[in-house]
Design a protein around this ligand. Structure first.
Ligand SMILES: [Zn+2]
Length: 61
């Protein structure tokens, strides 16, 4: 049961978080905006973002 809740909470926490490929800054936005390239890193201005969720695979924290 706890596992199921964790999965939902984890998805919620990470599904709209993206990480800059250049400087690894995190930002919260939507997949739609990233796909349309409407979003850019506020630190370095890069438009290369990846979903934060992918980082969690295999990571325990
Ligand atoms: Zn950046």
């Amino acid at each position: 049961m706890a596992k199921k809740v964790m999965g939902i909470a984890g998805k919620r926490l990470f599904e709209n978080v993206f990480v800059c490929m250049s400087c690894h800054a995190k930002m919260r936005t939507t997949m739609d905006k990233v796909k349309r390239r409407k979003i850019k890193c506020r630190k370095c201005g890069s438009k290369d973002l990846r979903p934060k969720a992918k980082e969690r695979r295999g990571a325990k924290t």
